[in-house]
Structures are given as C-alpha cells and as structure tokens.
Design a protein around this ligand. Sequence first.
Ligand code: KG4
Ligand code: ZN
Length: 342
Amino acid sequence: MTVRILAIETSCDETAAAVVEDGRAILSNVVSSQVAVHAPYGGVVPELASRHHLENIVPVIEQAMAGAQATFADLDAVGVTQGPGLVGALLVGVQAAKGIAFVHDKPLIPVHHIAGHIQAPFLAHGEIPLPALALVVSGGHTHLYEVPGEGRYLLLGRTRDDAAGEAFDKVAKLLGLGYPGGPVIDRLARGANDRAHEFTVARIKDGSGDYSFSGLKTAVLYHVRREGIGPVADPASVPDGIRDLVASFQRAVVTALLRRFRAVAETRRPASLLLTGGVAANSLLRAEAKTMADELGLPLFVPPIALSTDNAAMIGAAAFVGWRLGRRAGWDLNADTHLPLA
Ligand code: KG4
Ligand code: ZN
C-alpha cells in the first residue's frame, strides 16, 4: 500500500508544502521563500514571517496539491512541523494542517523540524546504512545526532551558543553583504585566499560533541573594527580584502564543524555519515566532508541543495517515519517552540 502524505512546514521564513509518497517519492515540493521580505532587516523578523505565512499558506498548499495531481481525498495523512521554530510562524502551519486533516478525516502527524532535516538524505538516497551519524547545520541548529534505527535520534553534541548558519548570517550582516549570509559568503569565498587570516574556533575539550561559534563571530568583529573595515558600499563589487576575510572565516567554520564530526565518528563508528540543513549547501563544507568520509572509509549522504535548506518534502519524509511508528496528534496539537527531539 502506498502512503501519500501532505506535509506542511512554516517554522521559520519559508512557507512550504509537499506531497510525498512512502517517505521517498516527491510528488510535489513547493517553497515560497520570504528572503526578500527579511533581507532589509538582515535577519528574520518574526512578526513579518507570521503575516507572510498567513498570506502564502493556502496558495502554497493548493500548488502542492495541484503539482501532485492529488485531491485531499487521495491523502493518507497530513504531516506538519510542530516545532522548534518561531511560534507565530509554526502556528500558521499547525492550524492549516489541523483544518485539512479534520475536514477530510485524515490522521495528523506531528513532525520535529530537525527530524525533517535528518530524513532529507533518505529522500534523496533511499537506503542508508544505520547507525548513521548526522551533522545538522542550519540557521538555528548545529547538532550532531546518532540515528541508531528508523526514527530514533540520539543527541551527541550541539552548539553552546550560535548556530553555524547564524554565524554566517551575522558576519555577512556586519560586512553589509546581505541576507542570508551563507550563500553570499560561499560565493564570495570562491577563488579568494582563505589563509589570509587565521581565525580559530574554541575547542570544547570535555569529550562531548559540542560546538561554539560565538567567539569566532566576535573575532571577526574585532578584526573588522581594528582594521577599520566598513560595510561594503556595493554588495555587487566586493573588495578582495573582504573576500579573503570571509573565505578565512568560512574555512574556520568548516574546519571546526568537521573536526568534531570526525572525532565523534571515530569513537561511535557509525555505518554512514549524513550532512544536512541549510549550511550543508555550503560548497566547501560539502567538499571537505566528502574528503573526510573517504578518509574514514564511510559513505556520506548529502541531500541536494533544495532538500538541504528548509522545505516540506523533508517533513513529509519524517511524517512517513512517524506514520510507521504510529505517531498521531490530536485536534489539540499546538506549536511547541522548544519541542525536544526524542
Ligand atoms: O535549514 P535552513 O534553510 O533554515 C533553518 O532551519 O535555519 O538554514 C538556513 C541557514 C542560513 O543561516 C543560511 O545562511 C545558511 O543556512 N546557508 C548557508 C548556505 N546556504 C544557506 N550557509 C553556508 N553556505 C551556504 N551555501
Ligand atoms: Zn531548518
């Protein structure tokens, strides 16, 4: 039997809906980005995010249904991101999912946003040997999880302060490079001298898989102040000095991310490695992670960029896991901004 799930994601600044079959086949995957709305502010403005989700949610769902050539009657379940995320943003998706599931008498499956990111590589690659070790790097998360079995997630490390994506966004904002910072820095760093500056990232020496990125961001800030570097006048023509600076910053982030990932992989000895979340779109991180995986003799699974950044297909994949495990929400389902991933 085929299980067809409509999945909805509104935890941050993308309004997204997808129809996914058996957690694998993507029948449609619609993402309406609010990047242009938040760009002038250099970050996501929660109130604006909620308002735009409200405007976009119905057309995005209609487009996903039309793209899948499905009617609500054809669905087996509705999956939705319950948390973590921005409360006003999450609520829009949760209410929409509840409405559709209630009216059409379909089961409602609550999904953890990070479970969605972790399931994204499964969407793209099918069978992945378990246990897997997953590095989830996004604007809100820098987490290392072990996936011992389907739908089971064991937290092995996390950032103690900023998420890696947040560090990219803050450094880009500091230099006037635009929002979101990750893709801009990735592009500017290509061909630049990433050895121009030696930025170091704090090493947490307690044997945990924990990360810390706020010191790196501060180091860049001090450097910028010391050298009197102002925000760039024209983001379309960035001086080489700033390209070298962001390239050096990017190299420091990637080195720190992979140092911990490697150390934990060496002690846990997983059967595979997963790299996922918005920052997994980073070209240097993708390349260096592949080198690391080859050195460790482990297969590495990285979703294509459209499935690395926030999307609803990954929520559909995680909802299918929830379906198989019998997870169902009642009509009292509420958004949970600090939902734990169990
Ligand atoms: O997963 P995502 O779309 O949303 C969250 O759940 O946060 O991740 C967004 C983050 C942003 O911080 C963005 O700057 C970062 O991912 N990002 C990148 C790249 N593309 C997106 N960071 C580094 N390099 C990239 N190419
Ligand atoms: Zn995300």
